[in-house]
Design a protein around this ligand. Structure first.
Ligand code: AMP
Ligand code: ZN
Length: 489
């Protein structure tokens, strides 16, 4: 392997065709990727974050192969209902009501938390458009599709899935009768022509107001969730773009609906060639699960990245844990597994410490050729990160070689894996719950004590509590107009 990296030969699994395909960019030397982002009504759990570690790894591999990457991870700040099938309440409005804050503030708060988690996991900077910034464009899309593909009901504008060819083909990647399964599972809104029809625009019911609503030809209301991703993908990346990613749950409803809209938008209705589905490839990561089953935001100890940090684990140990499994395999979370990943990361960091003084040389050295070839072959084989990690360890184990050359090899591999091996010190990787023991509960308790002290004009105690929290990285926000009590500095 030389410095001139090959630009072909990357094989990726396309859920749409259910096979491995060689990546051929739509635009020469470029890769344009759209990854469905989170609905920011709550914190993300580490399962959600697996989806972004996968998307980031894909982006890094494309860059390593020499493509200039444009990568969007959107922020869904309106439109996603409690069911993916477009039924139930608006997630944002429901959380706003529960927390006594405005839906806009909720969105900002959880968006910031999400971006912080991405940075902790060393996810490279991406574009993060918010759905609420694209409402005009969504209305334009709706107008363009309305005559041929949509119909109006009292509750809004609906997309008729029978107006496009082969609706649900993506879902059939899961089961042969995927589309039928979708149809069977979705509750019906009265008047829908097909059970799988979904809302393009949801009208605010008469006599009600929503916090997030806009005027449209179909009444005052809010856009449907599926429409957002179609519109942001088209506006920011152009159709067709290269790769659309998401978790496997999106293979069943959200992405089939996006594809149906994209077909309608292209004016073709058909799916005869991949161009019409908006993206050439659709890729899906499998789930992170808990031993007890599906990961959820309500059950027991909510598995957030912050909880891992509170327990003293470095976030990159979680990134490594994700990379140890293939993205298309289910991964079971356990604290033992996370601990093992932390130990493995520490071992790598200790080996890298010996190289930090050396200036990076030329990685093209015969001693490293087998490891570099293995690494390239593994990553080219549908992102086999588990094997790529062993190639990295083999490179780390090469003896009697110039430190600068070794450094260059390890940097090249780590640039793709994103473990920050040259930035970490072994002391960062000690499990130290004591140092990280500032949990949300502890903060709230401290703030309650501080409020009581202030009520009694005991400012010494109040200041002491503030200093204690500041030392733990918690900034108290007295008199914040949005009503937040604190934030992490
Ligand atoms: P949501 O905010 O629900 O749209 O989820 C954000 C992303 O996380 C989507 O791509 C989901 O498919 C993905 N996702 C949700 N749960 C999990 C999980 N347990 N493991 C991996 N990915 C998940
Ligand atoms: Zn999406």
């Amino acid at each position: 392997m030389t410095d001139a990296l090959p630009k072909t030969g990357l094989r990726l699994f396309n859920s749409l065709t259910r096979q491995l395909e060689t990546f051929i960019p739509v635009h020469a030397d470029e890769a344009r990727v759209y990854s469905c982002g989170p609905t920011v009504y709550n914190y993300q759990h580490i399962g959600n974050m697996r989806a972004y570690v996968f998307a980031d790894t894909l982006g890094r591999v494309l860059q390593y192969k020499g493509y200039t990457l444009t990568h969007v991870i959107n922020i869904t700040d309106v439109g996603h209902l409690t069911s993916d099938a477009d039924e139930g309440e608006d997630k944002m409005e429901r959380m706003a009501a529960r927390e006594g804050k405005s839906a806009w503030d909720i969105a900002r708060f959880y968006q910031e938390d999400f971006l912080r988690d991405l940075a902790r996991l060393n996810v490279q900077p991406k574009q993060h458009p918010r759905a609420t910034e694209f409402v005009e464009e969504m209305i334009d899309w709706g107008k363009r599709m309305a005559d041929k593909h949509c119909y109006a009901l009292e509750s809004g504008l609906y997309f008729d899935v029978s107006t496009v060819q082969d609706y649900g083909r993506l879902a059939r990647a899961v089961t042969e009768d995927g589309a039928e399964e979708i149809r069977g599972r979705i509750e019906s809104v009265e008047g829908k022509r097909n059970a799988a029809d979904f809302a393009i625009w949801r009208k605010t019911p008469a006599g009600e107001t929503r916090q997030m609503e806009w005027d449209s030809p179909w009444g005052r209301g809010a856009p449907g969730w599926h429409l957002e991703c179609s519109v942001m993908g088209e506006k920011l990346l152009g159709f067709p773009f290269d790769i659309h990613t998401g978790g496997i749950d999106h293979r069943e409803i959200h992405h089939p609906n996006e594809i149906a809209q994209n077909q309608a938008f292209c004016g073709c209705g058909g799916l005869s060639d991949a161009e019409n589905s908006g993206a050439r490839m659709w890729m899906h990561n499998n789930f992170l699960v808990e031993r007890s089953g599906k990961m959820s935001k309500s059950s027991g100890e909510f598995l957030r990245l912050q909880l891992l940090l509170d327990k003293g684990y470095h976030p990159l140990a979680y990134r490594l844990m994700c990379l140890q499994a293939h993205y298309r395999s289910e991964l079971e979370f356990s604290w033992e597994g996370l601990g093992a990943a932390l130990t493995r990361l520490k071992r790598m960091v200790m080996q890298v410490e010996r190289l930090t003084d050396a200036a990076a040389g030329n990685p093209a050295h015969q001693k490293f050729a087998p490891a570099l070839e293995k690494f390239d072959a593994a990553m080219s084989d549908d992102l086999n990160t588990a094997i790529a990690l062993t190639a990295l360890e083999e490179a780390l184990a090469v003896k009697k070689v110039d430190a600068g050359i070794k450094r260059a090899v390890i940097e090249r591999m780590d640039g793709v894996l994103g473990l920050k091996l040259f930035d970490l010190a072994r002391t960062d990787l000690r499990i130290r719950p004591a140092a990280a023991a500032v949990t949300e509960d502890a903060i709230k308790q401290a703030l309650t004590r501080r409020t009581a002290a202030r009520a009694e004009k005991d400012f010494a105690t109040s200041d002491a509590i503030r200093d204690e929290l500041t030392a733990k990285g918690v900034e108290i926000m007295d008199g914040d107009p949005l009503g937040w009590d604190w934030k992490l500095a």
